[in-house]
Design a protein around this ligand. Structure first.
Ligand code: 13P
Ligand code: SF4
Length: 391
């Protein structure tokens, strides 16, 4: 098997536009200290009017989210992007794989802009197409490839989504992973297997905690080991082949902190994102996507106490919006997503003002062949029956 070992580029450097890794900003950014940035962003948005549609993921900074026309988790934003065929420019305040998905789901004349090209995702970087193709070949050599349905988390590059589209698979997000896996397991009868990219935790938490598979039904494919570190017998016996990837933000939460908070905050309810480790999710009261986390807090009674395990911008915003509830972050240290945080007000102002001046900067454009196949997998997701109860 080929092992592919690509060193991460330092954020904000280099010219690797095709990957989730950082690239430098090609323009003259306004200074972060410029006191007129808010007024400039407002003026540019006003000048562009209906021509621009600004999407903001829940993990974005306050200074950016205030300019979003819609906010959401990655599933909602994919739907929202597809629902605005009239907008000439989609400015995506999120990370690279989300902007790619928006480009795939919008018309060819619509242009998707990521204000800072260094806003990648370390998890998406953990599954590269040559690595995925090597795993697929190993499944062929083990004689089970025809039974395997590839499922990729939205947090993956467009070429991984295209791989899934070409090979009978589907995309999922943290808000519909269970429905997507149910669909996948129905594809080839009772012997169906799933290979799940790139987040082992979302895959494991969904298969075991929501669908009733056992931990023994799951094996872990390590793309850095020959044969994924698995024997052909292990591949044949597995129901779920999990890719060894994780989120560097959600991977920080630990069961020990859950225990500490339960001991210090009487009646605290622990609410976590399914990208958290299995041992953390096992100790939580509730698990769901960012959209689910927000709705849960909105519906919670005044006086209730919550410890939330997800990105810090969102947790801080929830705490500010609900002063009648006690909201605690589920970590002792600061835990922003550094790449989500790359999108700041200077980059947003620069992107919007450039559009006003007639220059489209930082356009994210997926090549037509990848787009065609990725659209198959994304459309399968959008067509899934209903949504999970975690919507
Ligand atoms: P959701 O938006 O699906 O909740 O995912 C969280 C995330 O990590 C996005 O990068
Ligand atoms: Fe990627 Fe995790 Fe950041 Fe989401 S929170 S963009 S999964 S690193």
């Amino acid at each position: 098997m080929t092992t592919v070992d690509l060193p991460l580029l330092p954020l904000g450097r280099g010219i690797d536009r095709g990957s989730e890794r950082g690239v430098e900003c090609p323009g003259d950014l306004p200074a972060a200290s410029d006191p007129s940035l808010v007024a400039r962003a407002l003026a540019a948005k006003q000048a562009l009017g209906e021509r621009v549609f600004v999407l903001g993921h829940h993990y974005q900074r306050d200074e950016v989210i205030q300019f979003a026309d819609v906010t959401g988790d990655s599933f909602k934003l994919a739907r929202d992007a597809a629902a605005r065929p009239d907008a000439e420019f989609i400015v995506f305040c999120g990370v690279h794989f989300m902007a790619e998905s928006a480009d795939i789901l919008t018309g060819p004349e619509q242009q998707v802009i990521l204000p800072d090209l260094a806003a990648g995702c370390s998890m998406a970087d953990m599954a590269r197409l040559p690595q995925v193709e090597a795993a697929w070949r190993a499944l062929g050599e083990a004689g089970v490839q025809d039974l395997v349905v590839p499922v990729t988390y939205m947090n993956s590059s467009a070429d991984i989504k295209a791989f899934c589209g070409r090979n009978g698979g589907v995309v999922c997000t943290s808000s519909n992973a269970e429905v997507a896996l149910e669909w996948a397991f129905a594809q080839h009868g009772p012997d169906t297997k799933v290979i799940f990219f790139p987040d082992q935790h979302l895959g494991r938490n969904t298969a075991v905690l929501q669908m009733g598979y056992s931990l023994d039904d799951c094996v872990l494919w390590n793309p850095h080991l020959p044969g994924g570190g698995l024997t052909a017998d292990q591949l044949r016996a597995a129901k779920v082949i999990l890719w060894k990837g994780h989120c560097s933000v959600h991977g920080r939460f630990t069961p020990e902190v859950v225990d500490e908070l339960r001991a210090t905050i009487p009646g605290v309810q622990v609410l976590v994102h399914p990208e958290c480790r299995h041992d953390v999710v096992l100790k939580a009261d509730l698990v769901g996507s960012t959209e689910f986390i927000i709705k849960t807090i909105e519906a919670a009674p005044a006086g209730s106490s919550w410890a939330i395990g997800t990105e810090l911008n969102l947790v801080q915003r929830l705490a500010k919006a609900h002063p009648d509830k006690q909201i605690t972050f589920l970590d002792k240290d600061v835990c922003y997503c550094s790449t989500m945080n790359r999108i700041d007000l200077p980059h947003l102002v620069w992107a919007l003002e450039s559009l006003v001046d007639g220059a489209v900067v930082n356009r994210i454009e997926v090549d037509p062949e990848t787009e065609r196949d990725a659209l198959v997998a994304l459309t399968r997701m959008l067509d899934l029956p209903g949504k999970s109860h975690k919507d």
